[in-house]
Design a binder for this molecule. Structure first.
Ligand code: ADP
Length: 632
């Protein structure tokens, strides 16, 4: 394994490129000069004086007027002096043996001293004058390529430029990663496979070839991939998607080919492609008719991924923070069919990450990592690593022996003040609002039979939203009844209802929920034919209008019905929350404290939900109970 420190390696390579560029540029005038010399001087016959036609020459020879003669073998000319010192030359090129024999015969007969100059270098004129233009052209291309790439790679167009992380960098294991337990669990299988690919192949087990890690920057995607390599002790080849976006068509594809060839030769191995969205962006959505180079690279990647089987021992891991824009072809079975999401860590995760990064650094006895974790809601793993590092720097500057709580506190402030971080950190007020909002979803969901079981709620940002509430449907469901659809809308509106109820006014935090609730309500009316006023008619099917043309009056009714469904659901959500204020408050407090709630803790809090205090619903429920009793 080669040991390559990225920074040193890069400067090395840049220095090499600069030298190559300098050399190639200086070579250019030199080559052109040589070419001019060859054409202008070397190739031209070395003759002077008057040209004599052959017959003139033979006649002056016969008249003994020629003083000397030299035959230039390379130039095919005869030169010399005649009439007492005048220079002459005769062209005998294209001549046959007989012509030559005649000339030498005549000279001999006249007793003219004759010499032959063999001119061996002249034989080289032709090949050299053909070779030089090619050399010049090649040099020009090299210079252009180097300039275009900012000192790109000389003679390394097809080279992958992949970094193999080796013994020089510490081997990471899953223990070096905290707050990502689910992801680690999912990757355990990959680790086992890489540790012994033949065993899996013998079993005929299909192992995922590609794992897509998605999540915001700094959440540990690279670290996780490296940990898998470390755990299974296989080489790790990493490259960034943006490296592939070169200006020359074919370069990216060649790099991919090279990368996979290297990885296969070193198998079992991990190929890690960072920022895969740079090459894997959906082909249809790319702007301005697409980028041929990127497409060629993407196609090559797909070809490579299809081209190796379970026995090859190569696993491709890719990271992106924009999984939504990836080309669907990448996500097909046999490619990146396993997807793992890494989110910013919750309270427990943050504490564990801090503990990892504190590692062997000397800490003051009173430092409470849990307290620091509480202050850093919204921080990613990279932010936390940064906090520890800053704190160590501050302690060093103070010339203290240990890192004190104050150092960590100040480090947090510094990291928060960093430009990109500000949007990520959750202020206490926002955190409370997100907690109320998510608790609202959860309480409404728990009270609605059709909403499924609430599995996990969290105030940690995920994707676009601020928090999240995850419900699990009971068993596999394909169909949804009308009541279940209404329940879902109520759950979607539970967050906003809670904000209004507890905090007095709504916020932009529910924009997404509103859009989804409205969309669902409209589909209930127009697509599912489930509104009483508009009967079982479908106005829309699969997103397209059906053949049925509707009048303006009907359009107004559609609007009314959509509005009514959403409003009813909102009222229902509000009444559920009113009836369960205590649970809502308890859930909110617990969420603020722990940030994530799931399993037993969540179930016991939600176990106290009472039915909604809505008179109409009570009546309905009672009527249903009577009907059921009568039927049995
Ligand atoms: P990404 O690839 O998602 O942008 P990285 O893997 O490069 O993030 O993480 C950057 C740094 O942040 C890591 O080197 C590590 O120090 C720290 N880090 C991120 N997530 C974690 C985690 N879950 N546990 C420990 N450290 C982490």
């Amino acid at each position: 394994m080669t040991i390559r420190k990225p920074s040193a390696d890069r400067t090395d390579r840049n220095g090499g490129r600069r030298q190559a560029l300098l050399f190639a540029t200086l070579a250019l005038p030199f080559l052109i000069g040589v070419y001019a010399l060859v054409l202008g001087y070397w190739a031209r016959p070395q003759t002077s004086g008057r040209q004599l036609r052959l017959d003139e020459f033979l006649s002056v020879v016969a008249k003994n007027r020629v003083g000397s003669a030299t035959i230039l073998a390379g130039d095919d000319r005869v030169i010399g002096s005649y009439d007492g010192g005048n220079r002459y030359w005769v062209d005998i090129s294209g001549g046959h043996e007989t012509l030559f024999a005649r000339v030498t015969g005549a000279l001999e007969q006249a007793g003219v001293p004759t010499a032959v100059r063999s001119q061996p270098l002249k034989a080289l004129v032709q090949p050299v004058s053909m070779l030089l233009p090619m050399l010049i052209l090649a040099d020009v291309m090299v210079v252009l390529a180097l300039v275009a790439k900012g000192g790109g790679q000389l003679g390394g167009f097809g080279r992958a430029g992949a970094r193999q992380v080796g013994e020089g960098e510490p081997t990471l294991t899953f223990a070096d990663l905290a707050g990502a337990d689910e992801a680690v669990e999912e990757l355990a299988e990959i680790r086992d496979y890489l540790a012994d690919p033949t065993r899996f192949a013998a079993m005929g087990a299909a192992v995922p070839k590609g794992v897509l890690l998605s999540g915001p920057p700094g959440c540990g995607k690279t670290r996780l991939a490296r940990a898998v390599a470390g755990e299974s002790a296989v080489p790790f080849f990493s490259i960034s998607g943006s490296d592939f976006v070169e200006m020359y068509v074919g370069v990216g594809a060649a790099r991919i080919r090279d990368l996979f060839a290297t990885a296969k030769a070193a198998a079992p191995a991990i190929v890690f492609i960072d920022e895969i969205d740079a090459v894997g962006r959906s082909r249809s959505t790319s702007a301005a008719g697409g980028n041929d180079e990127r497409e060629a690279t993407l196609n090559q990647l797909l070809v490579e991924m299809d081209g190796f089987g379970a026995e090859s021992g190569v696993v491709v891991m890719a990271a992106t923070n924009r999984p939504d824009i990836l080309d669907a072809a990448l996500l097909r079975p046999g490619r990146f069919d396993r997807r793992i999401t890494l989110d910013p860590p919750d309270l427990r995760g943050r504490e564990a990450i801090l503990a990892i990064h504190v590692g062997h650094k000397p800490l003051a006895a009173d430092v409470d990592l849990a307290a620091i974790a509480r202050q850093t809601a919204g921080f990613t793993g990279a932010d936390l690593a940064n906090v520890v590092n800053e704190a160590a720097l501050l302690a060093t500057r103070r010339q203290a022996a240990v890192i004190a709580t104050a150092d960590l506190g100040e480090a947090v402030e510094r990291v928060v003040a960093g430009p990109q971080r500000r949007s990520r950190i959750l202020s206490p007020a926002d955190k409370r609002r997100v907690a109320v909002h998510e608790a609202g979803h959860a309480v409404v969901a728990a009270s609605q039979p059709g909403a499924g079981r609430v599995a996990k709620i969290s105030v940690v940002a995920r994707g676009h939203g601020q928090g999240s509430t995850m419900s699990m449907p009971e068993g596999d469901r394909i169909l949804a009844t009308r009541d279940e659809l209404h329940d879902r809308i109520a759950v979607l509106l539970g967050g906003r209802a809670a904000e209004e109820l507890v905090l007095g006014q709504p916020s932009t935090g529910s924009n997404d929920d509103l859009a989804r609730a409205t969309g669902l309500a409209r589909r209930i009316v127009t697509e599912c034919g489930m509104s009483e006023r508009l009967g079982p008619l479908a106005f829309v099917s699969n997103g397209e209008e059906t053949a049925h043309r509707w009048s303006d009056a009907t359009a107004a009714k559609i609007d009314d019905e959509t509005h009514r469904i959403v409003r009813d659901a909102f009222e229902r959500a509000t009444s559920v929350l009113l009836a369960n204020r205590a649970v809502l408050a308890a859930l909110t407090d617990e969420l603020i404290r722990t940030e994530t709630l799931e399993g037993e803790a969540l179930a016991s809090l939600l176990g106290n939900i009472v039915p909604p205090a809505d008179a109409r619903l009570w009546e309905e429920l009672a009527a249903q109970a009577q009907l059921a009793a009568a039927a049995s």
